[in-house]
Ligand binder design. Structure first.
Ligand SMILES: *Cc1c(COP(=O)(O)O)cnc(C)c1O
Length: 217
């Protein structure tokens, strides 16, 4: 079913929207089914699991970290990670910059914007994101680049709430983008809300269970 699910989603989303297939808890064989359909971007939420899969799978896969990152583990993914989505502190950017230097690369990140009132959701406020990007401390960093915003909406089927949250993220994204050429990615939308997220301006969706089936843990 993975093949059919993936193709159905690719048919539905506009070509301007990038699909990150979220493969957390799923096997290397499952990932290979999607890979053989041409999918190259995969997302995980645990660094160790991602590194194990990176070792076993074809090297042209672009690995995205979508989970909350612990600073002390950044070094394990720095050599190969393509994009880190959930950055919610300047301290993490400092660590990523250090690891970027060690690996002689510029590591791309997204700052996570808090758009939901749910306690379980991490993220920065509007003004915190603007303050970081404007700060001299950030602009001195040579080996980390913030390429956009990641956001997670509330866990609800209430379209009005979801729209309000997504529109808030789009508003901030547009405001920063106006005078920041490196700001290109608005990552929002998961299995149950990606259509709405795209309608609200998302250009990167993170879809797991609608491709690989539900997760048992
Ligand atoms: C698991 C996860 C997803 C994918 O969720 P699905 O509902 O399975 O599509 C997207 N984003 C993040 C940050 C996740 O942790």
């Amino acid at each position: 079913m993975i093949k059919e699910n993936l193709n159905k989603i690719l048919d539905k989303i506009p070509s301007s929207v990038t699909l990150v297939a979220i493969s957390k808890t799923k096997s290397v064989d499952d990932i290979l089914v999607a890979y053989n359909q041409g999918q190259r971007m995969f997302g995980e939420n645990k660094i160790q699991e991602m590194s194990e899969k990176h070792n076993l799978l074809p090297k042209d896969i672009k690995w995205h970290m979508v989970g909350h990152v612990q600073s002390n583990k950044i070094k394990y993914m720095a050599p190969y990670v393509d994009l880190i989505h959930g950055i919610d502190s300047f301290k993490s950017l400092l660590v990523i910059n250090k690891e970027g230097k060690k690996n002689k690369k510029i590591i791309k990140c997204l700052l996570q914007l808090k758009i939901s009132d749910e306690e379980t959701k991490f993220g920065l406020e509007f003004n915190q994101i603007e303050d970081i990007l404007k700060s001299e401390d950030y602009n001195k960093l040579t080996n980390v680049k913030v390429s956009g915003i990641m956001a997670m909406a509330s866990y609800t089927n209430n379209i009005e709430i979801l729209e309000k949250e997504f529109n808030n993220a789009k508003k901030l994204f547009d405001r920063i983008k106006e005078n920041n050429n490196e700001f290109k990615i608005l990552s929002m939308g998961m299995s149950n809300d990606y259509n709405l997220a795209i309608n609200c301006g998302s250009n990167m969706v993170r879809i797991g269970s609608s491709i690989f089936g539900s997760r048992n843990y």
